[in-house]
Design a protein around this ligand. Structure first.
Ligand code: ADP
Ligand code: ZN
Length: 528
Protein backbone atom coordinates (compact mmCIF):
# COMPACT_ATOMS: atom_id res chain seq x y z
CA UNK A 1 0.00 0.00 0.00
CA UNK A 2 1.29 3.34 -0.95
CA UNK A 3 0.05 6.81 -0.54
CA UNK A 4 0.94 9.35 -3.19
CA UNK A 5 4.63 9.17 -3.77
CA UNK A 6 6.36 12.47 -4.26
CA UNK A 7 6.72 11.94 -7.98
CA UNK A 8 3.01 11.22 -8.44
CA UNK A 9 1.84 14.64 -7.45
CA UNK A 10 2.94 17.91 -8.89
CA UNK A 11 5.09 20.30 -6.99
CA UNK A 12 2.09 22.60 -6.65
CA UNK A 13 0.09 19.91 -4.84
CA UNK A 14 3.04 19.16 -2.59
CA UNK A 15 3.29 22.80 -1.57
CA UNK A 16 -0.47 22.96 -1.05
CA UNK A 17 -0.25 20.07 1.40
CA UNK A 18 3.07 20.76 3.05
CA UNK A 19 2.83 24.52 3.49
CA UNK A 20 -0.88 25.27 3.56
CA UNK A 21 -2.13 21.99 4.97
CA UNK A 22 -4.94 21.54 2.41
CA UNK A 23 -5.67 18.26 0.66
CA UNK A 24 -6.79 19.36 -2.74
CA UNK A 25 -7.19 22.32 -4.99
CA UNK A 26 -10.53 23.92 -5.52
CA UNK A 27 -12.12 24.81 -8.81
CA UNK A 28 -9.52 25.86 -11.32
CA UNK A 29 -6.80 26.71 -8.81
CA UNK A 30 -4.52 23.94 -10.00
CA UNK A 31 -4.83 24.87 -13.65
CA UNK A 32 -4.11 28.51 -12.88
CA UNK A 33 -1.19 27.72 -10.62
CA UNK A 34 0.43 25.35 -13.09
CA UNK A 35 -0.02 27.84 -15.89
CA UNK A 36 1.75 30.54 -13.89
CA UNK A 37 4.47 28.20 -12.66
CA UNK A 38 5.10 27.46 -16.32
CA UNK A 39 5.69 31.16 -16.93
CA UNK A 40 2.32 32.07 -18.45
CA UNK A 41 0.31 35.21 -17.78
CA UNK A 42 -3.15 34.82 -16.27
CA UNK A 43 -6.22 36.91 -15.69
CA UNK A 44 -8.30 35.37 -12.91
CA UNK A 45 -11.92 36.26 -12.17
CA UNK A 46 -13.11 34.42 -9.11
CA UNK A 47 -15.71 35.41 -6.52
CA UNK A 48 -14.77 36.47 -3.03
CA UNK A 49 -13.76 33.46 -1.00
CA UNK A 50 -12.94 31.46 -4.10
CA UNK A 51 -9.30 31.06 -3.13
CA UNK A 52 -7.40 33.57 -5.23
CA UNK A 53 -4.47 34.01 -2.87
CA UNK A 54 -3.08 30.52 -3.41
CA UNK A 55 -3.07 31.19 -7.14
CA UNK A 56 -0.08 33.49 -6.74
CA UNK A 57 1.31 32.30 -3.41
CA UNK A 58 2.05 28.77 -4.57
CA UNK A 59 3.74 29.79 -7.85
CA UNK A 60 5.83 32.26 -5.84
CA UNK A 61 7.00 29.40 -3.67
CA UNK A 62 7.68 27.05 -6.54
CA UNK A 63 9.39 29.42 -8.96
CA UNK A 64 12.77 30.79 -8.10
CA UNK A 65 12.90 34.41 -7.01
CA UNK A 66 10.46 36.59 -5.14
CA UNK A 67 6.77 36.93 -5.99
CA UNK A 68 5.78 40.61 -6.03
CA UNK A 69 2.17 41.13 -4.96
CA UNK A 70 0.64 44.50 -5.75
CA UNK A 71 -2.30 45.20 -3.50
CA UNK A 72 -4.20 48.35 -2.52
CA UNK A 73 -5.12 46.87 0.85
CA UNK A 74 -2.38 48.51 2.85
CA UNK A 75 -4.19 48.04 6.13
CA UNK A 76 -4.18 44.28 5.64
CA UNK A 77 -0.61 43.73 4.54
CA UNK A 78 0.69 43.25 8.05
CA UNK A 79 -1.97 40.61 8.75
CA UNK A 80 -1.43 38.84 5.45
CA UNK A 81 2.30 38.74 5.99
CA UNK A 82 1.91 37.56 9.58
CA UNK A 83 -0.41 34.78 8.45
CA UNK A 84 2.09 33.63 5.83
CA UNK A 85 4.98 33.77 8.26
CA UNK A 86 3.03 31.62 10.66
CA UNK A 87 3.01 29.00 7.89
CA UNK A 88 6.73 29.36 7.46
CA UNK A 89 6.52 31.39 4.25
CA UNK A 90 9.10 34.15 4.00
CA UNK A 91 6.95 37.20 3.33
CA UNK A 92 7.40 40.93 3.71
CA UNK A 93 5.74 44.16 2.63
CA UNK A 94 6.59 47.72 1.66
CA UNK A 95 4.09 50.51 2.11
CA UNK A 96 3.69 54.02 3.45
CA UNK A 97 2.93 52.91 7.00
CA UNK A 98 6.54 51.86 7.57
CA UNK A 99 9.42 54.01 8.72
CA UNK A 100 12.69 54.12 6.87
CA UNK A 101 14.34 51.53 9.05
CA UNK A 102 11.60 48.95 8.62
CA UNK A 103 11.71 49.53 4.91
CA UNK A 104 15.48 49.08 4.75
CA UNK A 105 15.17 45.79 6.53
CA UNK A 106 12.66 44.42 4.05
CA UNK A 107 14.73 45.72 1.13
CA UNK A 108 17.78 43.95 2.46
CA UNK A 109 15.86 40.69 2.82
CA UNK A 110 14.58 41.05 -0.73
CA UNK A 111 18.07 41.63 -2.14
CA UNK A 112 19.52 38.76 -0.17
CA UNK A 113 16.92 36.42 -1.69
CA UNK A 114 15.44 35.79 1.72
CA UNK A 115 11.85 36.39 0.70
CA UNK A 116 9.30 34.27 -1.14
CA UNK A 117 6.67 36.99 -1.35
CA UNK A 118 6.86 40.75 -1.22
CA UNK A 119 3.61 42.76 -0.93
CA UNK A 120 3.74 46.26 -2.39
CA UNK A 121 1.29 49.14 -2.35
CA UNK A 122 0.78 50.31 -5.95
CA UNK A 123 2.09 53.80 -5.25
CA UNK A 124 5.46 52.25 -4.34
CA UNK A 125 5.89 51.37 -8.00
CA UNK A 126 5.78 55.01 -8.98
CA UNK A 127 8.94 55.59 -7.03
CA UNK A 128 12.09 55.01 -9.09
CA UNK A 129 13.85 53.80 -5.99
CA UNK A 130 11.48 50.85 -5.74
CA UNK A 131 11.88 50.02 -9.40
CA UNK A 132 15.63 49.96 -9.17
CA UNK A 133 15.37 47.86 -6.04
CA UNK A 134 13.32 45.32 -8.00
CA UNK A 135 15.94 45.45 -10.76
CA UNK A 136 18.60 44.35 -8.35
CA UNK A 137 16.70 41.32 -7.03
CA UNK A 138 15.20 38.26 -8.68
CA UNK A 139 11.48 38.36 -9.37
CA UNK A 140 9.47 35.17 -9.86
CA UNK A 141 6.16 36.76 -10.81
CA UNK A 142 3.95 39.80 -10.47
CA UNK A 143 0.55 39.32 -8.89
CA UNK A 144 -1.86 42.19 -9.35
CA UNK A 145 -4.52 41.76 -6.73
CA UNK A 146 -7.86 43.63 -6.87
CA UNK A 147 -7.11 44.14 -10.55
CA UNK A 148 -10.47 45.86 -11.16
CA UNK A 149 -8.85 48.94 -9.59
CA UNK A 150 -7.17 49.56 -12.95
CA UNK A 151 -10.52 49.96 -14.69
CA UNK A 152 -12.02 53.40 -14.87
CA UNK A 153 -15.27 51.76 -15.80
CA UNK A 154 -15.23 49.78 -12.56
CA UNK A 155 -16.48 50.93 -9.19
CA UNK A 156 -13.16 51.24 -7.42
CA UNK A 157 -10.74 52.91 -9.82
CA UNK A 158 -7.31 53.82 -8.44
CA UNK A 159 -5.05 55.97 -10.62
CA UNK A 160 -1.91 54.33 -9.20
CA UNK A 161 -2.96 51.12 -10.91
CA UNK A 162 -2.60 52.64 -14.36
CA UNK A 163 1.16 52.66 -13.91
CA UNK A 164 1.16 48.87 -13.63
CA UNK A 165 1.25 48.44 -17.39
CA UNK A 166 4.95 49.31 -17.18
CA UNK A 167 5.68 46.11 -15.26
CA UNK A 168 5.53 44.20 -18.49
CA UNK A 169 7.64 46.71 -20.39
CA UNK A 170 10.31 46.75 -17.75
CA UNK A 171 10.30 43.03 -16.95
CA UNK A 172 8.94 41.31 -20.06
CA UNK A 173 10.16 37.89 -18.94
CA UNK A 174 8.32 37.86 -15.63
CA UNK A 175 4.86 36.22 -15.64
CA UNK A 176 1.95 38.24 -14.39
CA UNK A 177 -1.27 37.16 -12.78
CA UNK A 178 -4.10 39.68 -12.37
CA UNK A 179 -6.90 38.74 -9.99
CA UNK A 180 -10.27 40.20 -9.08
CA UNK A 181 -13.58 39.21 -7.55
CA UNK A 182 -15.59 41.89 -9.23
CA UNK A 183 -15.52 42.11 -12.95
CA UNK A 184 -18.29 42.72 -15.38
CA UNK A 185 -17.46 42.03 -18.99
CA UNK A 186 -16.64 45.69 -19.49
CA UNK A 187 -14.28 45.72 -16.53
CA UNK A 188 -12.72 42.45 -17.59
CA UNK A 189 -11.95 43.89 -21.02
CA UNK A 190 -10.54 47.04 -19.51
CA UNK A 191 -8.27 45.10 -17.15
CA UNK A 192 -6.92 43.12 -20.08
CA UNK A 193 -6.29 46.19 -22.18
CA UNK A 194 -4.83 48.45 -19.53
CA UNK A 195 -2.50 45.86 -18.09
CA UNK A 196 -1.52 44.78 -21.61
CA UNK A 197 -2.55 41.20 -20.93
CA UNK A 198 -3.90 40.34 -24.37
CA UNK A 199 -1.65 37.27 -24.45
CA UNK A 200 -2.71 36.00 -21.05
CA UNK A 201 -4.92 33.01 -20.37
CA UNK A 202 -8.23 33.95 -18.81
CA UNK A 203 -9.76 31.95 -16.02
CA UNK A 204 -13.33 32.92 -15.27
CA UNK A 205 -14.90 31.02 -12.41
CA UNK A 206 -18.61 30.84 -11.84
CA UNK A 207 -19.67 33.83 -9.82
CA UNK A 208 -22.60 32.05 -8.29
CA UNK A 209 -22.72 31.77 -4.53
CA UNK A 210 -25.62 29.34 -4.20
CA UNK A 211 -25.64 29.29 -0.41
CA UNK A 212 -26.34 33.01 -0.20
CA UNK A 213 -29.99 33.95 -0.19
CA UNK A 214 -30.49 37.34 -1.81
CA UNK A 215 -33.34 39.49 -0.55
CA UNK A 216 -34.20 43.08 -1.28
CA UNK A 217 -36.92 44.67 0.79
CA UNK A 218 -38.56 48.01 0.48
CA UNK A 219 -37.46 50.26 3.29
CA UNK A 220 -40.05 51.41 5.78
CA UNK A 221 -38.49 51.47 9.20
CA UNK A 222 -35.00 50.23 8.46
CA UNK A 223 -33.69 49.74 11.97
CA UNK A 224 -36.79 47.82 13.01
CA UNK A 225 -36.69 45.74 9.86
CA UNK A 226 -33.06 44.95 10.60
CA UNK A 227 -33.84 43.97 14.16
CA UNK A 228 -36.57 41.66 12.92
CA UNK A 229 -34.11 39.97 10.58
CA UNK A 230 -31.47 39.57 13.28
CA UNK A 231 -33.85 38.32 15.93
CA UNK A 232 -35.98 36.20 13.68
CA UNK A 233 -33.34 34.50 11.56
CA UNK A 234 -29.88 35.32 12.80
CA UNK A 235 -29.93 35.33 16.57
CA UNK A 236 -26.37 34.93 17.83
CA UNK A 237 -24.89 34.94 14.33
CA UNK A 238 -21.91 36.94 13.13
CA UNK A 239 -22.75 39.42 10.43
CA UNK A 240 -22.04 42.76 8.82
CA UNK A 241 -24.47 45.65 8.52
CA UNK A 242 -23.48 48.26 5.96
CA UNK A 243 -24.58 51.88 6.21
CA UNK A 244 -23.64 54.75 3.94
CA UNK A 245 -22.59 57.34 6.51
CA UNK A 246 -20.51 57.28 9.66
CA UNK A 247 -23.36 58.88 11.57
CA UNK A 248 -25.80 56.13 10.65
CA UNK A 249 -23.17 53.49 11.46
CA UNK A 250 -22.92 54.92 14.98
CA UNK A 251 -26.68 55.24 15.42
CA UNK A 252 -27.41 51.77 14.11
CA UNK A 253 -24.74 50.12 16.25
CA UNK A 254 -26.09 51.87 19.32
CA UNK A 255 -29.64 50.85 18.41
CA UNK A 256 -28.60 47.20 18.17
CA UNK A 257 -26.73 47.33 21.46
CA UNK A 258 -29.76 48.95 23.11
CA UNK A 259 -31.78 46.02 21.84
CA UNK A 260 -29.46 43.44 23.30
CA UNK A 261 -27.44 42.59 20.23
CA UNK A 262 -23.70 42.36 20.45
CA UNK A 263 -22.66 45.00 17.92
CA UNK A 264 -19.74 47.36 17.31
CA UNK A 265 -19.27 50.23 14.85
CA UNK A 266 -16.54 50.42 12.23
CA UNK A 267 -15.74 53.40 9.99
CA UNK A 268 -12.77 55.46 8.89
CA UNK A 269 -13.56 58.16 11.44
CA UNK A 270 -12.75 55.88 14.39
CA UNK A 271 -9.19 55.87 15.55
CA UNK A 272 -6.99 53.13 14.19
CA UNK A 273 -6.69 51.27 17.48
CA UNK A 274 -10.41 50.98 17.96
CA UNK A 275 -10.89 49.88 14.36
CA UNK A 276 -8.28 47.20 14.74
CA UNK A 277 -9.82 46.07 18.01
CA UNK A 278 -13.30 45.79 16.52
CA UNK A 279 -12.01 43.98 13.47
CA UNK A 280 -10.10 41.45 15.49
CA UNK A 281 -13.07 40.86 17.80
CA UNK A 282 -15.15 40.17 14.69
CA UNK A 283 -12.61 37.66 13.42
CA UNK A 284 -12.16 35.91 16.74
CA UNK A 285 -15.61 35.91 18.30
CA UNK A 286 -18.60 33.84 17.30
CA UNK A 287 -21.59 36.09 17.16
CA UNK A 288 -20.46 39.70 16.77
CA UNK A 289 -22.27 42.10 14.46
CA UNK A 290 -20.16 44.82 12.88
CA UNK A 291 -22.03 47.88 11.69
CA UNK A 292 -19.79 49.52 9.15
CA UNK A 293 -19.24 51.74 6.19
CA UNK A 294 -17.76 50.04 3.15
CA UNK A 295 -14.35 50.80 4.69
CA UNK A 296 -14.85 47.45 6.41
CA UNK A 297 -14.43 44.05 4.89
CA UNK A 298 -11.94 44.19 2.04
CA UNK A 299 -9.69 41.20 2.41
CA UNK A 300 -11.31 40.04 5.63
CA UNK A 301 -11.48 36.28 5.62
CA UNK A 302 -14.03 35.06 8.16
CA UNK A 303 -15.72 31.89 6.97
CA UNK A 304 -18.86 31.97 9.12
CA UNK A 305 -20.35 35.39 8.40
CA UNK A 306 -24.02 34.40 8.34
CA UNK A 307 -25.52 37.60 7.00
CA UNK A 308 -24.65 40.82 5.27
CA UNK A 309 -27.30 43.52 5.56
CA UNK A 310 -27.39 46.81 3.70
CA UNK A 311 -29.41 49.61 5.22
CA UNK A 312 -28.60 51.91 2.31
CA UNK A 313 -28.47 51.31 -1.39
CA UNK A 314 -24.98 50.30 -2.59
CA UNK A 315 -23.55 52.52 -5.33
CA UNK A 316 -23.06 49.69 -7.81
CA UNK A 317 -23.91 46.06 -8.41
CA UNK A 318 -20.22 45.27 -8.30
CA UNK A 319 -19.89 46.81 -4.86
CA UNK A 320 -23.06 45.06 -3.69
CA UNK A 321 -21.82 41.70 -4.93
CA UNK A 322 -18.43 42.12 -3.33
CA UNK A 323 -19.95 43.16 -0.01
CA UNK A 324 -22.60 40.43 0.07
CA UNK A 325 -19.93 37.92 -0.98
CA UNK A 326 -18.43 38.21 2.48
CA UNK A 327 -21.31 36.12 3.77
CA UNK A 328 -21.11 32.34 3.84
CA UNK A 329 -17.60 31.62 2.67
CA UNK A 330 -17.91 28.32 4.51
CA UNK A 331 -20.67 27.29 2.11
CA UNK A 332 -23.37 27.26 4.80
CA UNK A 333 -26.72 28.99 4.24
CA UNK A 334 -26.38 32.75 4.61
CA UNK A 335 -28.44 35.83 3.96
CA UNK A 336 -27.77 38.94 1.91
CA UNK A 337 -30.49 41.40 2.84
CA UNK A 338 -30.91 44.90 1.51
CA UNK A 339 -33.48 47.52 2.45
CA UNK A 340 -33.93 50.22 -0.07
CA UNK A 341 -36.24 53.16 -0.53
CA UNK A 342 -36.91 56.15 -2.69
CA UNK A 343 -34.86 58.36 -0.41
CA UNK A 344 -31.78 56.30 -1.29
CA UNK A 345 -32.23 57.07 -4.95
CA UNK A 346 -32.68 60.78 -4.33
CA UNK A 347 -29.69 60.91 -2.03
CA UNK A 348 -27.41 59.07 -4.44
CA UNK A 349 -28.48 61.21 -7.37
CA UNK A 350 -27.56 64.22 -5.29
CA UNK A 351 -24.18 62.73 -4.48
CA UNK A 352 -23.54 62.03 -8.14
CA UNK A 353 -24.57 65.52 -9.23
CA UNK A 354 -22.32 67.02 -6.58
CA UNK A 355 -19.39 64.69 -7.11
CA UNK A 356 -15.99 65.84 -8.25
CA UNK A 357 -14.66 64.75 -11.60
CA UNK A 358 -15.80 65.27 -15.15
CA UNK A 359 -19.10 64.53 -16.83
CA UNK A 360 -17.88 61.17 -18.04
CA UNK A 361 -17.21 60.22 -14.43
CA UNK A 362 -20.69 61.33 -13.36
CA UNK A 363 -22.22 59.39 -16.23
CA UNK A 364 -20.40 56.27 -15.11
CA UNK A 365 -21.68 56.69 -11.58
CA UNK A 366 -25.19 57.15 -12.93
CA UNK A 367 -24.97 53.97 -15.00
CA UNK A 368 -23.80 52.05 -11.94
CA UNK A 369 -26.70 53.41 -9.91
CA UNK A 370 -29.22 52.56 -12.61
CA UNK A 371 -28.00 48.97 -12.76
CA UNK A 372 -28.36 48.71 -9.00
CA UNK A 373 -31.87 50.13 -9.16
CA UNK A 374 -32.94 47.74 -11.81
CA UNK A 375 -31.69 44.84 -9.69
CA UNK A 376 -33.80 46.15 -6.82
CA UNK A 377 -36.94 46.55 -8.87
CA UNK A 378 -36.75 43.43 -10.96
CA UNK A 379 -39.57 40.89 -10.82
CA UNK A 380 -37.15 38.24 -12.06
CA UNK A 381 -34.88 36.00 -10.00
CA UNK A 382 -32.28 38.21 -8.28
CA UNK A 383 -29.52 35.70 -8.94
CA UNK A 384 -30.31 35.49 -12.62
CA UNK A 385 -29.97 39.27 -12.81
CA UNK A 386 -26.82 39.37 -10.72
CA UNK A 387 -25.07 36.68 -12.72
CA UNK A 388 -26.21 38.23 -15.98
CA UNK A 389 -24.59 41.44 -14.81
CA UNK A 390 -21.33 39.52 -14.63
CA UNK A 391 -21.95 37.99 -18.02
CA UNK A 392 -23.05 34.56 -16.79
CA UNK A 393 -26.28 32.83 -17.75
CA UNK A 394 -28.40 30.89 -15.28
CA UNK A 395 -31.94 29.87 -14.49
CA UNK A 396 -34.24 30.82 -11.57
CA UNK A 397 -32.41 29.88 -8.38
CA UNK A 398 -35.12 29.05 -5.86
CA UNK A 399 -33.10 30.82 -3.19
CA UNK A 400 -33.87 34.51 -3.48
CA UNK A 401 -36.85 36.58 -2.46
CA UNK A 402 -38.41 36.74 -5.90
CA UNK A 403 -38.09 32.98 -6.41
CA UNK A 404 -39.39 32.17 -2.94
CA UNK A 405 -42.31 34.59 -3.06
CA UNK A 406 -42.80 35.68 -6.66
CA UNK A 407 -43.87 39.30 -6.60
CA UNK A 408 -47.26 40.04 -8.02
CA UNK A 409 -47.28 42.58 -10.73
CA UNK A 410 -49.94 45.05 -11.69
CA UNK A 411 -50.50 47.33 -14.63
CA UNK A 412 -49.12 50.64 -13.42
CA UNK A 413 -49.63 52.52 -16.66
CA UNK A 414 -52.46 54.71 -15.43
CA UNK A 415 -50.70 55.45 -12.15
CA UNK A 416 -47.58 56.39 -14.09
CA UNK A 417 -49.62 58.68 -16.33
CA UNK A 418 -51.17 60.43 -13.32
CA UNK A 419 -47.78 60.93 -11.77
CA UNK A 420 -46.22 62.18 -14.98
CA UNK A 421 -49.05 64.62 -15.64
CA UNK A 422 -48.58 66.03 -12.16
CA UNK A 423 -44.92 66.57 -12.95
CA UNK A 424 -45.82 68.26 -16.22
CA UNK A 425 -48.13 70.65 -14.36
CA UNK A 426 -45.53 71.42 -11.72
CA UNK A 427 -42.90 72.03 -14.35
CA UNK A 428 -45.02 74.88 -15.64
CA UNK A 429 -44.29 76.63 -12.35
CA UNK A 430 -40.79 77.14 -13.57
CA UNK A 431 -39.19 78.56 -10.50
CA UNK A 432 -40.35 75.84 -8.15
CA UNK A 433 -38.81 72.44 -7.98
CA UNK A 434 -40.67 69.64 -6.25
CA UNK A 435 -39.58 66.22 -5.13
CA UNK A 436 -41.50 62.98 -4.78
CA UNK A 437 -43.02 63.93 -1.40
CA UNK A 438 -44.93 66.93 -2.73
CA UNK A 439 -46.05 65.09 -5.85
CA UNK A 440 -47.39 62.18 -3.83
CA UNK A 441 -49.20 64.55 -1.46
CA UNK A 442 -50.88 66.17 -4.46
CA UNK A 443 -51.84 62.83 -5.99
CA UNK A 444 -53.25 61.57 -2.72
CA UNK A 445 -55.17 64.78 -2.15
CA UNK A 446 -53.48 65.81 1.06
CA UNK A 447 -53.85 69.42 2.10
CA UNK A 448 -50.45 69.84 3.72
CA UNK A 449 -49.05 73.27 4.54
CA UNK A 450 -46.82 73.09 1.50
CA UNK A 451 -49.66 72.00 -0.77
CA UNK A 452 -51.75 74.95 0.39
CA UNK A 453 -48.80 77.37 0.17
CA UNK A 454 -48.38 76.65 -3.54
CA UNK A 455 -52.11 76.33 -4.28
CA UNK A 456 -51.49 72.77 -5.39
CA UNK A 457 -54.91 71.74 -4.09
CA UNK A 458 -56.28 73.67 -7.02
CA UNK A 459 -54.51 71.54 -9.62
CA UNK A 460 -56.73 69.27 -11.70
CA UNK A 461 -54.63 66.30 -10.63
CA UNK A 462 -55.16 66.99 -6.93
CA UNK A 463 -56.48 63.80 -5.34
CA UNK A 464 -56.58 61.72 -8.53
CA UNK A 465 -54.31 59.13 -6.92
CA UNK A 466 -56.24 58.52 -3.71
CA UNK A 467 -56.75 54.90 -4.74
CA UNK A 468 -53.14 53.98 -3.93
CA UNK A 469 -51.36 53.92 -0.60
CA UNK A 470 -48.34 56.10 0.05
CA UNK A 471 -46.00 53.09 -0.04
CA UNK A 472 -47.47 52.16 -3.39
CA UNK A 473 -46.88 55.60 -4.80
CA UNK A 474 -43.31 55.50 -3.59
CA UNK A 475 -42.99 52.14 -5.28
CA UNK A 476 -44.35 53.63 -8.49
CA UNK A 477 -41.76 56.41 -8.38
CA UNK A 478 -38.90 54.01 -7.67
CA UNK A 479 -39.89 51.67 -10.45
CA UNK A 480 -40.26 54.46 -12.96
CA UNK A 481 -36.80 55.66 -11.93
CA UNK A 482 -35.42 52.15 -12.30
CA UNK A 483 -36.93 51.88 -15.78
CA UNK A 484 -35.56 55.25 -16.82
CA UNK A 485 -39.07 56.64 -17.26
CA UNK A 486 -38.40 59.32 -14.66
CA UNK A 487 -35.27 61.00 -13.40
CA UNK A 488 -34.34 62.85 -10.28
CA UNK A 489 -32.24 65.99 -10.36
CA UNK A 490 -30.48 68.51 -8.25
CA UNK A 491 -30.27 69.42 -4.63
CA UNK A 492 -33.96 69.01 -3.86
CA UNK A 493 -34.41 65.70 -5.60
CA UNK A 494 -36.70 67.22 -8.22
CA UNK A 495 -38.57 64.64 -10.25
CA UNK A 496 -38.36 65.23 -13.98
CA UNK A 497 -39.53 63.45 -17.10
CA UNK A 498 -37.10 61.70 -19.43
CA UNK A 499 -36.97 61.19 -23.18
CA UNK A 500 -39.04 58.04 -22.83
CA UNK A 501 -41.71 59.38 -20.46
CA UNK A 502 -43.72 60.56 -23.45
CA UNK A 503 -44.30 56.99 -24.58
CA UNK A 504 -46.17 56.28 -21.36
CA UNK A 505 -47.99 59.59 -21.26
CA UNK A 506 -49.06 59.10 -24.86
CA UNK A 507 -50.32 55.58 -24.17
CA UNK A 508 -47.77 53.93 -26.47
CA UNK A 509 -46.10 52.02 -23.66
CA UNK A 510 -47.44 50.15 -20.64
CA UNK A 511 -45.59 49.66 -17.37
CA UNK A 512 -45.73 46.54 -15.26
CA UNK A 513 -45.05 47.20 -11.60
CA UNK A 514 -44.02 45.08 -8.69
CA UNK A 515 -46.74 45.09 -6.06
CA UNK A 516 -45.76 46.56 -2.71
CA UNK A 517 -46.26 44.13 0.17
CA UNK A 518 -49.42 44.80 2.16
CA UNK A 519 -47.67 44.90 5.44
CA UNK A 520 -45.59 47.94 4.57
CA UNK A 521 -46.68 50.48 7.14
CA UNK A 522 -48.83 53.28 5.86
CA UNK A 523 -47.17 55.89 7.95
CA UNK A 524 -43.58 55.50 6.89
CA UNK A 525 -43.46 58.74 5.00
CA UNK A 526 -39.94 59.91 5.53
CA UNK A 527 -38.25 56.57 4.98
CA UNK A 528 -39.81 54.46 2.32
P1 ADP B 1 -10.28 35.18 -2.14
O1 ADP B 1 -9.00 35.96 -2.10
O2 ADP B 1 -10.60 34.62 -3.48
O3 ADP B 1 -11.44 35.93 -1.54
P2 ADP B 1 -8.89 33.50 -0.32
O4 ADP B 1 -7.68 33.30 -1.12
O5 ADP B 1 -8.81 34.46 0.82
O6 ADP B 1 -10.11 33.90 -1.23
O7 ADP B 1 -9.41 32.10 0.18
C1 ADP B 1 -10.61 31.99 0.91
C2 ADP B 1 -10.46 30.91 1.98
O8 ADP B 1 -10.43 29.63 1.38
C3 ADP B 1 -9.18 31.04 2.76
O9 ADP B 1 -9.45 30.75 4.11
C4 ADP B 1 -8.29 29.99 2.16
O10 ADP B 1 -7.31 29.56 3.05
C5 ADP B 1 -9.28 28.92 1.81
N1 ADP B 1 -8.80 28.07 0.70
C6 ADP B 1 -8.35 28.49 -0.49
N2 ADP B 1 -8.03 27.45 -1.28
C7 ADP B 1 -8.31 26.34 -0.57
C8 ADP B 1 -8.22 24.93 -0.85
N3 ADP B 1 -7.76 24.48 -2.00
N4 ADP B 1 -8.61 24.09 0.12
C9 ADP B 1 -9.08 24.53 1.30
N5 ADP B 1 -9.19 25.84 1.61
C10 ADP B 1 -8.81 26.73 0.70
ZN1 ZN C 1 -33.87 33.36 -7.52
Amino acid sequence: METDSVSDVSEAVQVLRRVFGYDAFRGSQQEIIEHVIGGGDAVVLMPTGGGKSLCYQIPSLVRSGVGIVVSPLIALMQDQVDALRALGVRAGFLNSTQDLEERRLVEAEFLAGELDLLYLAPERLRVEQTLSLLDRGKISLFAIDEAHCVAQWGHDFRPDYLALSMLHERWPEVPRIALTATATEATHKEITARLRMEQARHFVASFDRPNIQYRIASKSEPKKQLLELLRGEHAGDAGIVYCLSRASVEKTAQFLVDNGIDAVPYHAGLDARMRAAHQSRFLREDGLVVVATIAFGMGIDKPDVRFVAHLDLPKSVEGYYQETGRAGRDGQPSTAWLAYGLQDVVQQRKMIDGSEGDDAHRRRLAVHLEAMLSLCETVECRRVRLLAYFGQESGPCGNCDTCLAPPQTWDGTVAAQKLMSTIVRLQRERRQKFGAGQIIDILMGRKTAKVIQFDHDGLSVFGVGADLREAEWRGVVRQLLAQGLLAVEGEYGTLVLTDTSGEVLGGRRTVAMRREPEKAPRTARSQS
